[in-house]
Write a protein that binds this ligand. Structure first.
Ligand SMILES: [Fe+2]
Ligand SMILES: [Fe+2]
Length: 273
């Protein structure tokens, strides 16, 4: 199978880049499953139902979230009727929505998508390792799920790397999100799980983490109240990871970083062209 995961969509530049590029990439690379983190897609803060529908229509099979899950209050309501939108699985019991789901993709595959949040330098949620364990036990790779994608929304690379090795051999892909900066450590771990510490963001990279530079810099220089952070206005770049899995086992065979757009050095899975 061919999987594509893209990092946090930040505002309109990120949405436009995904909407313009994804339909063509699905076709060109014959993608079986596309998962995108959408926690910053609405003006940098959260996601609305209209934007969620727009990203799904562009070719995403599932959308994950993170610490910005509830920035748009409507998400607390519409997430209950949108099984393809996932919030971190280790929120307290009773939190609206779901943190994992077995998704039927357009190509007919069944992919378990799990969204989990780290605890280092983040809100102290339930144990992310135990939470993912529970999901994988009920839906094992190669038996119930054709592929398993785990989005580890976390600040610390140590926690993300630990999760990658903890799940090695049990998931097709463990990929980090949240920092908005892509790492260069994408690889297949010894047990067959594809891994990348951070997928980066889909957004305007001529910015500070997707937000306009001026106010972001000012906040470091002056400790006085300023204006709201607004997403950049330039052309967006998409960033993430492409994974090819073995159809029999669901484990990864090869990976490539995906960076397409104006600001970063471009890269794509040349083995699919
Ligand atoms: Fe984010
Ligand atoms: Fe985040």
């Amino acid at each position: 199978m061919r999987l594509l995961f893209l990092g946090d969509i930040v505002g309109r530049p990120g949405r436009n880049a995904v909407i313009e590029r994804l339909p063509g990439l699905r076709d060109r690379w014959q993608l079986d499953c596309v998962v995108i983190n959408g926690e910053n897609s609405a003006g940098g803060f959260g996601i609305t139902e209209a934007i969620c529908d727009e990203i799904l229509a562009a070719g995403a099979d599932a959308i994950t979230l993170g610490n910005h899950s509830w920035d748009q209050r409507e998400t607390l309501v519409f997430i209950e009727r949108q099984p393809r939108l996932l919030r971190p699985v280790n929120y307290p019991p009773g939190t609206p929505g779901r943190g994992a789901n077995l998704i039927d993709t357009r190509s007919g595959a069944r992919v378990l998508v799990v969204n989990v949040m780290g605890r280092l330098y983040m809100d102290p949620l339930d144990d992310p390792f135990a939470a993912v364990d529970r999901e994988l036990e009920t839906c094992p790779l190669g038996q119930v799920a054709d592929a398993i994608i785990v989005d580890v929304h976390a600040e610390a690379t140590s926690e993300k790397e630990a999760m990658g090795y903890y799940l090695d051999g049990r998931a097709s892909l463990v990929v980090g999100t949240h920092t908005h900066v892509p790492t260069a450590d994408h690889r297949v771990l010894p047990g067959g799980t594809a891994y990348m510490s951070d997928a980066g963001m889909c957004g305007d990279y001529d910015s500070v983490l997707g937000m306009q530079k001026e106010e972001a810099i000012r906040r470091f220089l002056q400790k006085t109240p300023g204006t709201r952070l607004e997403p950049g206005l330039g052309e967006g770049t998409i960033s993430g990871i492409a994974v090819e899995t073995d159809d029999r086992t669901g484990l990864a065979r090869r990976v490539a970083a995906v960076r397409l757009g104006p600001n970063l050095e471009e890269n794509w899975p040349r083995f699919w062209d």
